[in-house]
Every structure is written in structure tokens, then in C-alpha cells.
Design a protein around this ligand. Sequence first.
Ligand SMILES: Cc1cc2nc3c(=O)[nH]c(=O)nc-3n(C[C@H](O)[C@H](O)[C@H](O)COP(=O)(O)OP(=O)(O)OC[C@H]3O[C@@H](n4cnc5c(N)ncnc54)[C@H](O)[C@@H]3O)c2cc1C
Length: 433
Amino acid sequence: MIVSSPLQWTIQMSTSRGTCCIAGGGPAGMMLGYLLARAGIEVLVLEKHADFLRDFRGDTVHPSTLEVMYELGVLERFLKRPHQESRRARARIGGEEIVLGDMANLRTQCRFMALMPQWDFLDFLAEQGRRYPTFHLRMQTEVVGLIEEQGRIVGIQGDTPAGPVEVRADLVVGADGRSSVVRDRSGLTVEEVGAPMDVLWMRLSKRAGDPDLIVYSDHGRALVLLDRGSYWQCGFSVPKGTAEEMLAKAIEEFRAGIVQLAPFLLERVSELRDWKDVKLLTVRVDRLRQWYRPGLVCIGDAAHAMSPVGGVGINLAIQDAVAAANILAEPLRKGNVSTRDLAKIQRRREFPTRITQRVQALIRQQVGGIIDVSGPRRLPWALRLLERTTVPRRMRTRFIGVGIRPEHVKTPDISSDLHIRPHEMVSKNPLYR
Ligand SMILES: Cc1cc2nc3c(=O)[nH]c(=O)nc-3n(C[C@H](O)[C@H](O)[C@H](O)COP(=O)(O)OP(=O)(O)OC[C@H]3O[C@@H](n4cnc5c(N)ncnc54)[C@H](O)[C@@H]3O)c2cc1C
């Protein structure tokens, strides 16, 4: 990895094997960085923020991600971090209650969804990555451009508080999220899928005896309540284009909208003192037509921004990272990543992405209450009949909890292969001589 900068970072130089520079230390970037370092690849993750602290991000860690943690041998350690476990999800649509999903029937190590603040999740991945000497993470480093030579991306340009930097690597990965600078600068084409809603996120306190429903939907609006122990993480979905109008009005009207859907919150909506207590997530659903160019590939939200339905965004980002590491570890180790290798990542992950985006749209139509904005919502009779069986809930549970084409970790753990501990790798691993 060649890093040129006035800072003179002390990054081990290597010319004998491949190097990877990842833009963005979110779930996709951190997991890929960890997996590649674990496989003995020199990897540098660049994150623009000084820390991982962000409110209301993807905090829903599904069984598919927990399965990856299990395969990595770190599940037990991971679950020691503070989290809540959610097994059964029920919704009230109009006047009717349905079971959205029940993880008890899944054939996974964990039959629950873990709710963990994303900063804890990322912190955990960073901690695991740092066990390997080839893992490098640089915070406060914003990728602002790409270095291109003879039609191939050969590195990135970054900004740091101490000045500009250039990083050259065999492969650049764009994992910098839904507003990806990498995908923008690379000229890759984005296809908008369209999202008919936006979401307003907030917290309201939780009390003993509160109903355990997760979705309330009626009158063209939906309220999602995620149990975060001492409080509810609330997402209020509104039809696209109406949020700005709502934010311009007094907050009382918004509070009344919440109470209309979930009357038990009547005495608590005053905890929203003003609009500063509410965060708008402008929902975008899109995907890249082609995820790669010579020397560069995008994964996670940078390749496909997902709808918030089902909280699959973080989990899909992890699946992309696992697939990318499985495909890239060997060519990176040999220092000959080809465009064909990068195309394999898209071939592997594009199908689950497309299907997931389509099914999210279907679920939203069924339970989101977005279609009928004029009055109370009722489930169509055919759907009501079907809901009396376990078929829809089993299908939804599998789709949300495990996903389409679940990935499995195939990359080696170089330290355990050699029966040495990560910190001893530099001296004992033949790759490092
Ligand atoms: C308000 C909100 C609520 C959400 N709720 C949920 C949920 O409940 N469940 C769920 O599954 N998903 C949720 N999502 C989506 C979920 O957060 C994403 O799908 C998931 O985090 C994608 O992971 P990623 O690594 O691809 O991208 P991101 O998580 O967006 O990570 C990208 C990282 O790159 C960094 N970055 C960006 N630009 C640059 C740059 N130029 N240089 C260097 N670093 C850069 C960012 O700071 C960030 O750390 C939510 C998203 C938002 C915005």
C-alpha cells in the first residue's frame, strides 16, 4: 500500500502482494476490512468521521449477520455487548392484528434479531480487525476523489485535518454509503428504483405494560416501534414529498398523528419538545447498473440504497462484504485482481438485491398503509384469509431474517491456520517474511 501525504502514516509497505483501500467505515467497509485482514491481506479503511457515533442508523442485526459472526467464531463475544433481542413481530393494520414474523422457526444459530446501536456494532468489527497487523483504519479521512491511470482506478485522494493524502492500492472499494463519493466520481450509472415514502425517526420512553406491537398502520401512515430497552425507537413513515410540509408546521400536529396510530403514547408525545427531537431519513431506493470498473468495486448502500422496510440495509451490506471477501481474497493475495473477479461480486449479489427491493415494495404496500391515504386501512379479504395460515409469516420471517442467497464465510483465518496468535503473525507467517 502506498500512502503519500505530509502526515507520513506508518503503514507497512508491501509490493509483493495485493492491497485494498476501502472508502467508508460503515457495516460493509468494516466487515470487508476485517475479513480481508483476517485472510492476511493488507487493507486500509478510510472513514470520514472521527468516531462511529450516529443516531438512528441500521441497528437491526438479523440472524443472517449473527450467523456470519458465528462462522467467524466471535458470536459469543459479540452478544456480550449490550443489545435487545426481538423474536416475534406483530403489527396492527387498520383494526386488525397480524404476526409479521416469528424467528423461532428459523434454522439459524440465533433465532432472534439483535438490536444494537450501530456504533457498538462497528466498534466491535474494528476491535476484531485490529487483532490482525494488516488491518488499518484511518478516521477523519474523507475520500474526495479517485486516481485513475490508463482507464484503471489505482487509488484515492483524501482530505484529513492535517491536509490532503493519496492512497494507492491494487483495489479501491466504495463502501461509503448511499451518498457515495466513490460511485459519483467513478461515473458508474445509478438506476433510481423510487421510494414512495420518507421516515421521521425519534425516541419515546417505554413503560411497563406497553403493547409489544412493532408496526401500527392506518390512514396512509405507518409507525414502527423498535424496543430499545428503556425507550422506543420510533419511525413514522409519511408519503414522499409531504415531510417538508409537515416539518414546517407546529409539532403538535405530528404528535397527534402518532397518538392516532398508537393511543398508548398519548402522555409521552410531549417528550418531542420540537422538531430538533425528530430526524428525517429521506428514503432512497436505487442500485448501480454496473458495480465495478477496472480497479474499483462498490458494495453495500454505495451499490444499492435500500428501503427501510424490514431493516435489511445493514444486513445486506454485511452479506455483500462476505461475498466480496470470498471472491477477492485469493486474487488480492496473488496481487492480480481482474475485472472478471469484480464482475463476479455483482453477479453474486445483484440478484438478492433486486429481489429484496421488490419484496420490500410488496411488504410496504401490504402493511405500510401508503396506498390508501384517504381513510382507515383494511387488509384485502384474500390477504386476511392467507394471514390465518402460517405461510405468509414464515416467508416474511425467512426473507427478513435470513435473506435471499445467504453468504457464508469462506475466507481463511490466517492466524488460526498457522496456529499462531494475530500479534505473532508478522514474525511467524511466511507471507510476512
Ligand atoms: C436514519 C437511518 C435509519 C436507518 N435504519 C435502519 C435500520 O433500522 N435497519 C437497517 O438495516 N438499516 C437501516 N438504515 C440503513 C443502514 O444504515 C444502511 O443500509 C447500512 O448502514 C449500509 O451500510 P454501508 O456500510 O453500505 O453504508 P453506511 O452505513 O452508510 O456507511 C458508509 C460509511 O462511509 C462513511 N463515508 C461516507 N462518505 C465518505 C467519504 N467520502 N470518505 C470516507 N468515508 C465516507 C460514512 O461516514 C459511513 O460511516 C438506516 C439508515 C438511516 C440513514
